[in-house]
Design a protein around this ligand. Structure first.
Ligand code: NAD
Length: 373
């Protein structure tokens, strides 16, 4: 089991291995000595204190620029527990009723929404109206329209909107992107992805359309979509999709079980992908070019990720994804840094539009659905 301290040192080491890949951490390169950070911090309140919210809170113990200072929950006992566990100030704790008064709290800069998917929109818009930057988990919303409303609300309020695409900050993923961008893979000829896992408890919100917005595609298939986009460097122009439902009792109407889908890219290649809520060990991204290939497997879990290329195994540090993500996002908000591919609302919206097109293709028996810009 890794320790927080070892992760932190690994994280610094990782930054020094790839300053260009992790530009937001470039300042940490100078030495491997751990020196106390005295700069500005991004003060974060997490809204939705469930399993992933807790994972983010734990990871943030390793952060340098991002700091967990507050929490928002509908359950008073959880707020009490977080107060003592993470040393939160009582004035930075909110419930869903008094949450809007966060606007009067200068000690919180950003609200990180980690609730069931369909609830992201309302909480994100309330946070924006309170003048707080917003981070929302993936998928950014339950549908395209909600995602667009979130973007509009954040623009109107003059706050930043980001989506929790932790892999955009993760070293193996960065290396795959670097290999493609640098031309080392040559002309990209194919992308193949499988993302899926066998979901447990049949009564959880992920299997309820009114809270999840869809099934496996919203939750895990989105990683395939995002990977095709950063693996190829292209934006899909059409999709075709086929759904398989072997268990219609567990996976009800509107909750997809397994989907195979194809994405047509502007350079003429076709990415082939799959998403499933019904089998494990499907976690792979494969990018083939005319000069080489890169493969990550596992590619999307919390790690350790693994990769190989035509030159051999990938050597990248194993890091705590959410700590990298939160420090990276702090650098974007505090210091105007950027990351490519981005983690902003437009990035989230692109994936949502592709998901909707995939669902539309299934409704039309696998018909090709063109994607409008
Ligand atoms: P979870 O069920 O463990 O936690 C959800 C939280 O939302 C709970 O604390 C729950 O009390 C709260 N909540 C508020 N209103 C609710 C309502 N009406 N019904 C149910 N819960 C309600 O779920 P999770 O696994 O933490 O997922 C939360 C979000 O995080 C989802 O959008 C999910 O896709 C995302 N997520 C992202 C990653 C990642 O790697 N980026 C991993 C896991 C989950």
């Amino acid at each position: 089991m890794k320790t927080n301290r070892r992760d932190f040192i690994q994280r610094l080491a990782g930054a020094s291995l790839g300053a260009s890949a992790l530009p937001f951490l470039a300042d940490a390169n100078a030495s491997s000595e751990v020196v106390p950070y005295a700069g500005k911090t991004l003060n974060v309140a997490i809204l939705g204190l469930g399993s992933y919210g807790t994972r983010v809170a734990e990871a943030m113990k390793e952060c340098k620029q991002a700091k967990l200072v507050g929490a928002v929950s509908g359950t008073p006992a959880k707020l009490e527990q977080w107060k003592s566990k993470y040393g939160l100030d009582a004035k930075n704790l909110y419930n869903y009723e008094n949450f809007d008064s966060i606007k009067n709290n200068p000690d919180i800069d950003v609200v990180y929404v980690i609730t069931p998917n369909v609830l992201h929109k309302d909480f994100a818009i309330r946070a924006a109206k309170a003048g707080k930057h917003v981070i929302t988990e993936k998928p950014m919303a339950g549908n395209v329209k909600d995602a667009q409303e979130m973007i509009a609300a954040c623009q109107k309020a003059g706050v930043k909107l980001m989506v929790g695409y932790r892999l955009h900050f993760e070293p193996f993923t960065r290396e795959l992107i670097r290999l493609r961008e640098s031309g080392e893979l040559g002309k990209i000829l194919h992308v193949n992805t499988q993302t899926g896992f066998r979901i447990g408890d049949p009564n959880q919100w992920r299997l309820k359309r009114e809270l999840a917005g869809g099934g496996g595609m919203m939750d895990i298939g989105i990683y395939s979509i995002n990977a095709v986009r950063y693996g190829s460097g292209e934006e899909p122009i059409w999709v075709t999709a086929q759904e398989v439902k072997t268990d219609p009792v567990k996976f009800k109407e509107g909750i997809d079980e397994t989907i195979t889908f194809q994405m047509g890219l502007p350079n003429g290649i076709i990415a082939s992908c799959s998403s499933s809520y019904n089998f494990n060990n499907a976690d792979r991204i494969f990018v083939a070019g005319d000069k080489g290939f890169a493969e990550l497997a596992p590619a999307t879990g919390y790690g350790p990720l693994k990769g190989r290329t035509n030159k051999g195994p990938m050597d990248q540090p194993v890091v705590t994804h959410q700590a990298y993500q939160m420090d990276g996002m702090a650098d974007i908000i505090l210091n105007g840094k950027s990351i490519s591919p981005p983690v902003d609302g437009q990035e989230g919206l692109k994936d949502m539009k592709i998901i909707e097109a995939i669902y539309e293709s299934i409704r039309q028996d696998g018909k090709r659905i063109n994607l409008k810009g």
